[in-house]
Design a binder for this molecule. Structure first.
Ligand SMILES: Cc1ncc(COP(=O)(O)O)c(C=O)c1O
Length: 372
């Protein structure tokens, strides 16, 4: 059996007639930027989350930058976030001129550990960016309490968590603003780049709208130093099709995850911990073992694709050498980076394939010799 870590072939086949119709609509209309498809998708995505405002942009990275800039965060400010994440998200903080300040993760959830956040707060701290990593909501209750206590803004990085819930509330509705990515592999993915800022504040939404379009208040009147970061009509139309399938896709991801959980319980790998009161959406299904590299090689040789999210935490990236975090600065994030392995999980994965993957993983604990 050959099971790729990810594939779009099955997804495209499943959705093809709807996608073709959406793309034809855009081509026939001949309106490609800031048009009716985007307006409709923004309304539908906002309604999906039960929020008043959603503003499309070119990527999740831009969505984070735009949200922080709309909140007035920039040079001289510090933003607390987790080191085990996509470096892009942290770069977006840096792009505003603010400095990312890392805080170690809770090794069970892989999310920002609120108990360590207070110690990292300085007079320059202006915001916290929790990342709902792998599709599991961060401990928002504790983080929002801290934000309240220290008068900090909160921008949720929801790039991996479309539709996930914290105490019954969708993520993206809990902070001052939230950023979503529509990178193709995400739970809600475009067939190109895309992102969205979601907020309850009309003022923030208006500012993001202006910033994403060159900072213009009217055509050729650039009042702000803006970006060129629009969600194009083709991607908005495609995303509109896919949004209608998001809940069923997330339900399938959860079913696959619970199958993996059951098949891998008692095996040599640690399966994902789910915090109380959260409903994860399993953007990734991440197991953990000190024999990670050997397990990945073994699975590869048995036709199973895997990936590591993430082999190098953001504070150890070359681009952040100047921040001065040495090895060991965040032991939990660094240990996770050495031990986590993402197994295939996508709605089109069959039950038979899930069982096959789990059986291969189980062989690790059952005396199959694996060369490290
Ligand atoms: C947690 C996280 N934050 C931010 C991003 C950036 O999103 P994008 O690739 O759409 O810029 C990603 C995706 O790569 C991500 O997984």
């Amino acid at each position: 059996m050959r099971i790729p870590f990810n594939t779009f072939e099955r997804q495209v086949a499943r959705l093809r007639p709807e996608i073709d119709a959406a793309m034809a609509r855009v081509l026939d209309r001949g309106w490609f930027i800031l048009g009716p498809e985007l307006e409709r998708f923004e309304e539908e995505f906002a309604a999906y989350l039960g929020m008043p405002h959603a503003v499309g942009c070119n990527s999740g990275t831009d969505a984070i930058e735009l949200a922080f800039r709309a909140l007035g965060i920039g040079p001289g400010d510090e933003v607390i976030t987790a080191p085990l994440t996509a470096a892009f998200g942290v770069f977006a903080i840096s792009a505003t001129g603010a400095t990312p300040v890392f805080v170690d993760i809770d090794p069970r959830t892989y999310n920002l550990d609120p108990d360590r956040v207070a110690a990292a707060i300085t007079p320059r701290t202006r915001a916290i960016m929790p990342v709902h990593l792998y599709g599991q909501p961060a401990d928002m209750g504790s983080l929002l309490e801290l934000a309240d206590q220290y008068d900090l803004r909160v921008v949720e990085d929801c790039a991996q968590a479309h539709g996930a819930r914290y105490r019954g509330q969708p993520v993206g509705t809990l902070g001052d603003a939230a950023a979503f990515s529509f990178y193709p592999t995400k739970n809600l993915g475009a067939y190109g780049d895309g992102g969205m800022v979601v907020t309850a504040s009309e003022a923030i939404a208006e500012r993001v709208k202006r910033l994403r379009n060159g900072g213009q208040s009217a055509r050729y009147a650039h009042d702000l130093l803006g970006l060129n970061s629009r969600l194009d009509e083709m991607q908005a139309a495609i995303l509109g099709v896919k949004l209608a399938h998001l809940d069923e896709d997330n339900a399938r991801r959860r079913a696959i995850a619970s199958r993996y959980d059951a098949l891998l319980s008692g095996s040599a790998v640690v399966t994902p911990y789910v915090a109380p009161d959260v409903e994860p959406v399993y953007h990734l299904y991440v197991v953990r073992t000190p024999n990670r590299d050997a397990l990945a090689a073994y699975l590869h040789s048995h036709g199973v694709g895997t990936m590591v999210h993430y082999p190098t935490p953001a504070h150890r990236q070359g681009a952040y050498a100047g921040l001065g975090y040495g090895p060991g600065a965040f032991p939990q994030a660094e240990a996770a980076a050495r031990e986590v392995l993402s197994l295939p999980i996508y709605p089109e994965l069959t039950d038979e394939e899930v069982v096959y993957v789990a059986l291969q993983v189980q062989s690790l604990g059952e005396g199959v010799t694996i060369e490290s």
